[in-house]
Design a protein around this ligand. Structure first.
Ligand code: GTP
Ligand code: MG
Length: 440
């Protein structure tokens, strides 16, 4: 099934195989909204993304323009210039360092006569290559199809043939309508699959409710997986590439005082992360969203450290977790050369400097996690089934009740308690048949 839809997703070369690297021309607009430096930094990143996707950028074009053109994104004259350059250099595709509307993409393709891939399209493509588990594959395919749907054009007619052709088309339907219908059906199917996966994930999560949860978040390639491996002895794949990790991994981490917390590693963020992708990965990212403490990992040796931090905060805001207590973990101090950066980093309170590969100051990091666990308050939702109502006075005496309401199974309590003692406080209730719930 997947195969048939792959025909729609452009793949610039094959990063993992020996296929010829496709040649690309990267284009950015220097608009009045962005500083020149921002434009250059973004373009650098686009080139790195292209490389990750297996394409080689053979030329770069920056067009100064107050605002993007509504119909063609870049100016028509400049597009003709790009066409000439692309023909001369034998480029296979054009990369645009912004997200184009479906119409802009189509118009630009017509002007230049080559496939045009925008930033979202490129990121989606990289995710598609890297997705290994069923969950990640389903999430990526869903994001790709949602991205594709408004971009389908009459010229793309493979679907019907691949789906069996005769009898596929509804009465009076054009080819385009048929294609759209097939894709919508597939989208619904993928959404259903994700719901199943979600429910299974939910069950797994149930068993972890009473633990203090810590999540590693941060820009792609900053060293999150390396930290997880180093701290917990896990063996998550680590690579000097963008988007090495697409799934979340949860591992138990034993602190100095012998208590266990759960540490989650998850997908890295990037500037202009396609929103379809964030939506599709919401369940994977939920592990991070439900953490009691976020470790925002930053690559202190990266020249665009601050811009990367801003991008991460933006995604955290989208996920609704901007309020979760956060410790900034400045990683790769072994590579840091400029002492001024150090002062800058320490300006982000609270902060800690580490090196995951060199094992520098990791005990310090663990100590900070311990402190946060001890000092922090946790909110939990506990259900007291009707047959356990005799426990109510004890519950009220031992914990602070923030809110309560009746549900079908019993009485639901929103409780607040010190993180460090949560397990001890809850245990007697859980042993008597009370249970924790995900949401209030
Ligand atoms: N020099 C140095 N390199 C490091 C350090 N920590 C990680 N790296 C390297 O940085 C690269 C990326 O590491 P990962 O752990 O895969 O990064 P990640 O944040 O999980 O990346 P994604 O999964 O792509 O989001 C690898 O080549 C690591 O070896 C460090 O403290 N010092
Ligand atoms: Mg990783």
């Amino acid at each position: 099934m997947r195969q048939s839809f792959d025909a729609y997703v452009r793949r610039p070369g094959d990063a993992d195989g020996m296929a010829r690297r496709e040649k690309a021309i990267a284009i950015a607009l220097a608009t009045s909204e962005r500083s020149r430096q921002d434009t250059l930094d973004n373009l650098d990143e686009l080139i790195q993304l292209a490389d990750t996707a297996g394409a080689e950028v053979v030329d770069q074009v920056i067009q100064p323009r107050a605002t993007p053109d509504r119909a063609t994104w870049m100016g028509k004259g400049k597009a003709e210039h790009v066409k000439a350059v692309a023909d001369e250099l034998g480029a296979d595709l054009i990369l645009a360092d912004d997200d184009l509307t479906p119409a802009q993409g189509r118009n630009l393709e017509a002007l230049i006569g080559k496939p045009v891939v925008d930033r979202s399209g490129l990121i989606l493509d990289i995710f598609a290559r890297r997705a290994r588990t069923r969950e990640a594959r389903t999430q990526v395919e869903l994001a790709q199809l949602k991205y594709l749907l408004p971009r389908l054009t009459r010229a793309w007619t493979h679907l019907e043939r691949q789906q069996g052709g005769i009898g596929m088309r509804g009465p009076g339907e054009t080819q385009l309508e048929t294609d759209r219908r097939i894709i919508r059906t597939r989208i619904r199917q993928l959404e259903e699959d994700l719901e199943h996966i979600d429910r299974r994930r939910e069950t797994r999560r149930k068993g972890r409710e009473e633990h203090f949860k810590v999540a590693l978040v941060g820009y792609t390639n900053v060293g999150k997986s390396t930290l997880l491996n180093r701290l917990t002895g896990a063996d998550v794949m680590v690579e000097d590439r963008l988007f090495a990790t697409l799934d979340s991994t949860v591992r138990r981490l034993t602190l100095e005082d012998g208590t266990d917390v759960l540490l989650t590693d998850t997908v890295g963020f990037i500037r202009k992360l396609p929103h379809h992708l964030v939506a599709s990965f919401r369940s994977t990212l939920r592990e991070a969203a439900e953490a009691d403490l976020l470790l925002h990992v930053v690559d202190i040796s990266h020249p665009h450290m601050e811009a990367q931090m801003r991008a991460v905060r933006g995604v955290l805001q989208d996920l609704g977790v901007a309020e979760t207590p956060t410790l900034h973990v400045f990683n790769k101090v072994d590579l840091m050369e400029d002492p001024a950066v150090l002062r800058q980093a320490l300006g982000h309170e609270p902060a800690i400097l580490v090196s995951a590969t060199e094992g520098l100051r990791l005990e310090d990091l663990l100590r900070r996690v311990s402190q946060s666990r001890e000092l922090g308050e946790r909110r939990v939702v506990l259900c007291l089934p009707w047959q356990c109502q005799d426990l109510t006075p004890r519950l009220r005496a031992m914990m602070r009740v923030v809110d309560q309401r009746a549900v079908e199974e019993g009485a639901l309590y929103l409780l607040s308690m010190p993180s460090a003692s949560a397990e001890d406080l809850l245990r007697p209730f859980l042993e008597k048949g009370c249970f924790l719930q995900e949401k209030w």
